[in-house]
Design a protein. Structure first.
Length: 121
């Protein structure tokens, strides 16, 4: 008997467009700290466990942070992008349709922004 594989439509990759709903302690205070904006995840061409998030923290197109993926965990290692120091962690749900992310943003202005973000496809 011959059996074949039928793809289930889920692909374990983060690459592509996502919508970010972000709650920040200081950014966009006029909107009570919550904003929604698009981001794009691009996988590194050499390291499958490395991704770049374009428009992270709503810094604009072409401004990326680098994250590492280990299983369903995300690690935003300390890095400075566009004058802001970022670090944080996150998790990917099993369907690869939701990411929860917690990170800090420090522009050396005296107050560190604590951010909770949800990314959805």
């Amino acid at each position: 008997m011959f059996t074949g594989c039928i793809p289930d439509g889920t692909e374990e990759t983060l690459e592509g467009s996502w919508s970010c709903m972000e709650t920040s302690t200081i950014f966009m205070e006029s909107l009570k700290g919550t904003t929604v904006y698009p981001v794009y995840f691009a996988q590194d061409v050499v390291d499958d466990n490395t991704y770049y998030i374009d428009n992270f923290y709503q810094l604009g197109d072409g401004v990326d942070v680098k994250i590492k993926v280990s299983g369903h965990s995300l690690i935003l290692e300390p890095q400075t992008v566009d004058g802001i120091k970022f670090k944080g962690t996150g998790t990917i749900d099993t369907s690869y349709e939701l990411i929860t992310f917690t990170y800090t943003a420090d522009d050396d202005g005296g107050e560190i922004d604590h951010v909770q973000a949800e990314y959805t496809r």
